[in-house]
Design a protein around this ligand. Structure first.
Ligand SMILES: [Zn+2]
Length: 137
């Protein structure tokens, strides 16, 4: 994993605009922001995606997103956020080191995350439910 850019950022080998850091987590400004304040939250240790990230760390990262969002609301006047996590190339995961996006939003900022959604798709919901549901023990 010597080439992983987020591992290098986590170790401070590549500089970043760090917003928050503790022993396990680092949050820094995305250098290609969707909106000003767009922040990435990563585990310092390398995990590829949500499936190999320990649940305890996922909870800590999610909790950090909430803490930062609250801080941004208080200090920068942002009042809305998108919290995005992509796991897998087909979901547009660009860096294969788990990261959570915290994207501050404001009215008329021109972002529309659902612009390209497939409108009018009508899957077989009953078949999907049968395939996907988790059976209670
Ligand atoms: Zn990494």
């Amino acid at each position: 994993m010597a080439e992983c850019i987020f591992c290098k950022i986590a170790k401070g080998e590549i500089p970043s605009h760090t917003i928050y850091e503790d022993g396990e987590i680092k949050a820094f400004l995305d250098i290609q922001p969707s909106n000003p304040g767009h922040t990435l939250i990563i585990p310092k240790k390398h995990y590829e995606n949500i499936f190999d990230l320990p649940e305890r760390l996922l909870l800590r990262i999610t909790s950090t997103a909430k803490k930062l969002g609250g801080h941004y609301r208080e200090k920068a006047g942002y009042n809305a956020f998108n919290i995005i996590q992509s796991s897998g190339k087909d979901a547009n995961q660009d860096v294969m080191h788990f990261h959570m996006h915290l994207v501050p939003r404001h009215e008329h900022d021109g972002l529309d995350l659902w612009k390209n959604m497939k409108k009018g798709v009508k899957p077989d919901f009953e078949a999907l439910k049968e395939k996907l549901k988790i059976k209670q023990p």
